[in-house]
Design a protein around this ligand. Structure first.
Ligand SMILES: CCC[C@@H](CC(=O)O)C(=O)C(=O)O
Ligand SMILES: [Zn+2]
Length: 331
């Protein structure tokens, strides 16, 4: 049956990308396991995974039940919240890290202050994005809702597909229109949409050459260098070959974001605040079976970059050495 739509296409940002749809399957469809087993994305619908959150977690409910402590809030002058690794800013062996200008600031706000700033926001103000691991700082009602997630279902998937342990559940409260730019994580992810609508654009690990990740030692390690709002096709000519998939998540949907898959996530414009909760799992033990999977090759390239930086010390020597190794010999 066709599902009623609660959003319009003018609420999505426009990119120069041709995107296919990520399949949406009911939680008990055997094809869900087929896709997870192939490390492919799938939207799991009509499950109880985050049902208690979907039923209760409105901005007002969170304001009254999130606990009276400061939560991690990112501030940005633009709609983009590009993640950076602080530890890679300081190392002396990383000149790129020293003159790096962080695109966002991090602060602690109580939920009441956060919601007040959201309500009073005007163009020109910093945008806000609350990103807080769910832990004992949250109030008892949230804990009750959390323990009533369908842990049996997610545990069954974790075991069946040999994922590692659950490392964290991140609570995400985003201002409308915010974007988490394209990046990959080294963890399996069940991304639960609790309130409001989020558009997710995903690319397979094999699109590595089209998405130009920053060097591993750069603070923006794992993040794409391409600005989707204004792609530089001179520096990043292969971006036009990226083959992406997209979906707009509605409350209750859970998107499986496979480990090493690129993802760009945006809260719909003019859609009000959005609430999500993710489940990050360590990747499972990787046996090197041939042919190697694409994400295993990415892991290998990361190790090569780390090893070269380790021995060369100066990151400016890594590129020239790799070039001299490859040009005219492997090209
Ligand atoms: C900090 C995590 C942000 C999230 C994307 C989003 O909801 O904006 C994501 O990238 C992930 O769950 O992996
Ligand atoms: Zn991510």
């Amino acid at each position: 049956m066709c599902e009623e739509k609660h959003w319009e296409s003018d609420q999505l940002r426009r990119y120069d990308l041709d995107l296919k749809q990520i399949p949406r399957l009911r939680y008990n469809d055997p094809k869900v396991d087929e896709l997870i087993g192939q490390n492919k994305p799938v939207v799991i619908t009509d499950s109880n995974i985050i049902k208690t959150a979907q039923e209760n977690w409105t901005p007002e409910y969170l304001e009254h039940n999130l606990g009276n402590v400061g939560h991690n809030v990112f501030l940005s002058k633009t709609h983009k919240f590009k993640y950076f690794d602080r530890t890679k800013m300081l190392s002396r062996s990383n000149p790129q890290g020293i003159d790096f200008v962080p695109p966002t600031k991090e602060t602690k706000l109580k939920i009441g202050e956060f919601m007040k700033k959201l309500k009073e926001w005007k163009p020109g103000n910093d945008r806000l994005y609350l990103q807080q691991p769910l832990n004992d700082t949250v109030g008892p009602s949230l804990v009750r809702d959390f323990v009533r997630f369908d842990w049996e279902y997610v545990g069954q998937k974790q075991n069946k597909h040999n994922w590692g342990p659950l490392t964290s559940n991140l609570l995400l409260i985003s201002q409308e229109g915010n974007v988490t730019p394209c990046h990959y994580d080294e963890q399996q992810n069940f991304f639960g949409q609790v309130y409001g609508y989020k558009r997710c654009i995903l690319f397979p690990p094999s699109d590595f050459e089209c998405l130009y990740p920053h060097p591993v030692h750069h603070p923006h390690d794992r993040q794409s260098m391409v600005d989707f709002d204004c792609p530089d096709y001179t520096r990043f000519p292969k971006f036009k070959n990226a083959k992406g998939f997209e979906t707009v998540l509605k409350p209750g949907d859970v998107l499986y974001i496979p480990i090493y898959w690129w993802h760009h996530v945006e809260s719909l414009m003019k859609g009000g605040p959005t609430i999500s909760v993710n489940f990050w799992y360590k990747g499972g033990p990787t046996s090197l079976e041939y042919p190697l999977k694409d994400h295993q090759k990415i892991a290998i390239t990361r190790n090569v970059e780390k090893m070269l930086l380790e021995v060369l010390q100066d990151p400016r020597e890594v590129g020239p050495l790799l070039r001299s190794m490859v040009m005219g010999r492997y090209t």
